[in-house]
Design a protein around this ligand. Structure first.
Ligand code: PMP
Ligand code: GLN
Length: 400
């Protein structure tokens, strides 16, 4: 997972009084590396996951309104009440789960901070935390900064399904936490109700805490076939021991606002907030009020997100039909995986660089999410883009 300029930066920045890095194997995140390379080469950036279109004008108007109306000082530590209430209503409506806005919902500076804070509030030196590879890149550094050890279960190519026998074998008396992510970045796969039931059974009577990264909860495709987002909040045996995290960045096209939230039962939320208040204390005030207004005014926005992104998924897949890329299924998220075995046998990390430089399209190499660098010659494209961006990218990708 050491990619980019990590090594070089590490040696250049080393100082005699600074004994050793707390994260010796970490370089610069792949998202920064690829977005920078895309900018340097004027490439179409389908690497880092963010929309290239604007959020709703109403949402922007509400932020401006609340800034002008004076919401410019610290909001309450756990987040503004109207936003926590709107979150509680949404979760009750969608998943029939009740969380008390006062004591069980905390607004965070993005899902990244929520995940880090959940880890920091539970993991002690020597604890083991099970993660599933390919693994989103912030989890393991968060574990290691808190003295924990990441233990890897595998979501194997090409289905990326959890292997519950493997997970069972990885659990030891030192297992403190399991971090899960469905819909899954980067594979675009979903966990089924059976998967959730297996997890529920495995952790029963244990001291294991679950962190459920559900930032793509609203981006689940083909729901007419019976698919749905299996939120941890639907499963009482999991809910009682879980931090459930979602991000407004993904749902409302505002990744740069870095506003997200964490749901957890009171005892876990208390521990979470002890850490939260000293990691960030609180989160941008006018954005929180604007999001609360928007959720109330447009409750259907999140419900319509799956259709919105399904159209983009289908449009992008069509663009690549006549290309040499082979597309994997995409059941959720705004990421499309593709193999390029018919084009080249070079490692995915060099292929994405060449794709950016020579063909003008940036993507993410999936091997960087694997602890052993396993490389199946698969790359990830982000389709949270306008049709004209996706069409222009398609034209370039079909020429390869
Ligand atoms: N988890 C996953 C799976 C993600 O894809 C992302 C980023 N998009 C995050 C967490 C971080 O979200 P945020 O930008 O709200 O910190
Ligand atoms: N989550 C986004 C992705 O997977 C990137 C977020 C970031 O750059 N840290 O592309």
């Amino acid at each position: 997972m050491n990619f980019g300029d990590g090594g070089r930066l590490g040696s250049r920045g080393r100082m005699a009084f600074f004994p050793s890095s707390r994260l010796p194997n970490v370089g610069t995140t792949i998202f920064t590396v690829m977005s920078r390379l895309a900018a340097e080469h004027g490439a179409i950036n389908l690497s880092q996951g963010f929309p290239d279109f604007s959020p709703s004008p109403l949402l922007l108007e509400r932020v401006a309104h609340h800034m002008a109306a004076g919401a410019n000082q610290y909001p309450p530590m756990a987040g503004v009440a109207p936003l926590r209430e709107a979150i509680a209503e949404k979760v009750a409506r969608l998943y029939l789960a009740n969380y008390d806005p006062e004591s069980e919902i905390t607004v965070t500076a993005g899902a990244t901070q929520a995940i880090y804070t959940a880890i920091a509030s539970c993991v002690r030196p020597g604890d083991e935390v099970i993660v599933f590879a390919p693994v989103y890149d912030s989890y393991v550094p968060g574990i290691e900064l808190n003295g924990g050890h990441a233990v890897y279960a595998h979501l194997r190519f090409p289905d990326f399904k959890p292997d519950w026998e493997e997970v069972r074998a990885l659990i030891t008396p030192r297992t403190r936490m399991i971090i899960i992510n469905s819909p899954h970045n980067p594979s675009g796969t979903l966990w089924s109700a059976d998967d959730m039931a297996m997890l529920e059974t495995l952790v029963r009577d244990s001291k294991i805490v679950v962190v459920s990264d559900e930032v793509y909860e609203h981006v689940v495709f083909d729901q007419e076939t019976g698919r749905r987002h299996e939120s941890v909040t639907r499963y009482p045996g999991l809910r009682e021991r879980s931090f459930v995290i979602s991000s407004f960045g993904k749902t409302y096209h505002v990744t740069g606002w870095k506003v997200a939230y964490c749901l957890a039962p009171r005892a876990l939320s208390t521990e979470f907030r002890k850490a939260h208040q000293f990691i960030v204390f609180t989160v941008h005030h006018p954005s929180q009020l604007a999001l609360a207004d928007f959720m109330r005014a447009k409750p259907e926005f999140a419900d319509n997100l799956a259709d919105f992104y399904r159209n983009k998924r289908d449009f992008f897949r069509k663009q690549l039909e006549a290309s040499k890329f082979e597309l994997l299924p995409c059941a959720g998220t705004y990421f499309q995986l593709a193999t390029y075995a018919a084009i080249s046998d070079e490692p995915d990390t060099s292929f994405v660089q060449r794709l950016t430089r020579e063909f003008g399209v940036a993507a993410i190499p999936v091997s960087v999410f694997n602890p052993d660098g396993e490389d199946k010659r698969v790359i990830r494209f982000c389709f949270a883009k306008t049709e004209s961006t996706l069409a222009a990218a398609g034209e370039r990708l079909r020429k390869i």
